[in-house]
Design a protein around this ligand. Structure first.
Ligand SMILES: [Zn+2]
Length: 124
């Protein structure tokens, strides 16, 4: 399990959002679990998300949750439904609206790499 989490971090550092895909029921999950959250199978495949999705919810934050976010205020958080079917949360452009197409990038934040969504240049 620790090995999987490490691999997920490493992929994020390289700008890739990895996810688990279940060979038994074709369920996709963004969180590394080592088993399928739908059917319980451990027959999972490691895949990389293409990065496209649609905004499900969007919220602008004016207060930082921790001091290291203070310089980012105001910033936006979005829930995004990726084309692969998973819902993930990430930082986002301030003016996005639910339903808009977005594309994924990664923004460095200290030692970590944060998901970031911005309006997609191509509308589908
Ligand atoms: Zn499954």
């Amino acid at each position: 399990m620790q090995e999987l989490i490490e691999r997920h971090r490493q992929d994020a550092a390289e700008g890739k959002l990895a996810y688990e895909s279940c060979r038994a029921c074709d369920h996709h999950q963004a969180f590394v679990r080592g088993f399928c959250s739908r059917c319980g199978s451990e027959d999972l495949e490691w895949k990389t998300a293409a990065g496209g999705g649609r905004v499900a919810a969007h919220s602008v934050l004016h207060r930082a949750p921790t001091p290291d976010y203070r310089e980012k205020v105001p910033y936006a958080i979005a829930l995004v439904d990726l084309d692969e079917g998973m819902r993930v949360m990430g930082h986002a452009g301030l003016d996005l609206k639910p339903g808009e197409r977005v594309s994924l990038s990664f923004a460095p934040h200290g030692e970590r790499s944060l998901l970031r969504f911005d309006r997609s240049s191509r509308e589908e």
